[in-house]
Design a protein. Structure first.
Lengths: 250, 177
């Protein structure tokens, strides 16, 4: 309001014009003095000494870096970067040539990497049939030759479920393909069959012999009891016929 | 009464020392056969001698000749089949075989010595036979002298097949029966 009053006041306008007239030469004088003096003053100031006296660390400590970072619009910066042109400008070949793969691999703990790998899932995704079909048969043979000596086949066989395997075999089909006549001629099956089909006389003999063996065992058991002798301590037969076996099986 | 055959046990017992029951049974059969043969052969000899002489000849009247004949028959009957096949007729029936004490095949020497000393086992109340019960390897006196042993030996596999054929679960008659 006071200003408005001054603007409207013609006497004030006259006073302002007078001071302005006085100030303009004064400014010019001051400016010329500064121009003359400033270089001399600047040259006289020891800037290094001043800088050394400033505690930069204290200044840095007082700056709230996090606040500054928060104010930066990273997304806007990234959006302005042309990643494609950056990548195109890279000489990847040269970078790769400078990388020491050996050192990289040495620093990698493969055990830890492998522990993290889900082998089951990995193997599930591999089509082994396709893989094998693509392999050169000679390569397969070489691989098998290398692999087989290291395999514990006994352990493999021990893990096989033979009952399941046998269940899947059609024994009747196999027997149907057997040349029985040739088998009888070439083996002692014929003699066994002939001996086995001796009829009633054979059955009588079997009974007599079996009964005799039973009676022998019965008598010997009682004798061993009377003599307080362990049957297992007796030799079961001559060495050539029963080996080192001891004791009766009866 | 049917005797229960145990084929698996019998197969496992092949080559084992035979007991006193089977050995006595085999011996009894052999004695019966030998006596029968002696009687038959005696009749034949008497008939031949009577024909040659023109008068009736009886071995009873010649005890020395009769004894020599019996001894020869005994020796031939027991020693020859054992030397050739390891068993007499009675042993074949019961399923026994004479082997050396180590289990090998017997030869003529073993067979003859064994046959000669067999009567000594029977003498003195059969003590030579009864030691089968006491002896760990079930050898009689004549076995000890001759270095032989008697073991179970028959085709137990064929017996097992016969047993299996007889007890077929499908009810069909056994083949060859």
């Amino acid at each position: 309001m006071a200003r408005d009053r001054r603007r409207d006041d013609p006497a004030g306008q006259q006073r302002h014009g007078l001071i302005g007239t006085l100030l303009e030469p004064a400014n010019a004088i001051v400016q010329s003095i500064v121009q003359e003096v400033a270089p001399v003053v600047v040259a006289a100031v020891d800037v290094d000494g001043v800088v050394q006296q400033i505690d930069i660390q204290q200044i840095v400590d007082r700056i709230d870096i996090q606040q500054i970072v928060d104010k930066i619009d990273i997304e806007a910066i990234v959006n302005r970067i042309d990643i494609q042109s950056v990548v195109e400008g890279l000489d990847l070949q040269t970078i790769i040539e400078h990388v020491d793969i050996g050192k990289v691999l040495e620093s990698v703990d493969l055990n830890e990497v492998l522990e993290r790998v889900d082998l089951d899932r990995l193997l599930d995704r591999i089509d082994v049939n396709k893989l094998v079909v693509r392999l050169d048969p000679n390569v397969i043979v070489v691989m098998l030759n290398l692999l087989l000596p290291q395999l514990d086949l006994n352990a493999v066989v021990a893990r096989l479920d033979f009952d399941t395997v046998i269940d899947k075999i059609d024994v009747n089909a196999i027997v149907a393909r057997v040349d029985v006549d040739s088998l009888v001629q070439r083996t002692e099956i014929g003699a066994i069959v002939a001996g086995a089909s001796a009829g009633v006389a054979g059955e009588v003999l079997d009974s007599v012999r079996s009964a005799g063996v039973g009676l022998d065992s019965f008598v010997q058991r009682w004798v061993d009891r009377i003599l307080r002798r362990q049957p297992s301590m007796r030799p079961s037969g001559p060495a050539l016929l029963v080996g080192e076996q001891h004791g009766d099986l009866s | 009464m049917t005797v229960r055959v145990k084929p698996e046990r019998d197969i496992n017992l092949q080559g084992h020392y035979a007991g006193i029951v089977t050995r006595l049974a085999a011996f009894a059969l052999d004695v019966a056969v030998a006596v029968t043969l002696y009687a038959l052969a005696g009749r034949v000899i008497e008939y031949v001698m009577s024909s040659l002489k023109g008068s009736e000849v009886s071995l009873r009247d010649h005890p020395i000749i009769s004894a020599i004949f019996l001894a020869l028959l005994w020796l031939v009957y027991f020693a020859y089949p054992i030397a050739v096949g390891g068993r007499t007729l009675g042993m074949s029936f019961v399923g026994l075989e004479v082997v050396t004490k180590t289990g090998g095949d017997v030869d003529a020497r073993h067979a003859v010595i064994r046959t000669i000393f067999l009567p000594f086992s029977i003498a003195f109340a059969g003590i030579g036979i009864l030691i089968i019960l006491i002896n760990r390897d079930r050898r009689a006196f004549h076995d000890l002298v001759a270095g032989t042993a008697v073991v179970y030996s028959w085709d137990a596999r064929a017996a097992r097949l016969r047993f299996l054929a007889k007890s077929r679960p499908d009810g069909l008659p056994p083949s060859g029966a």
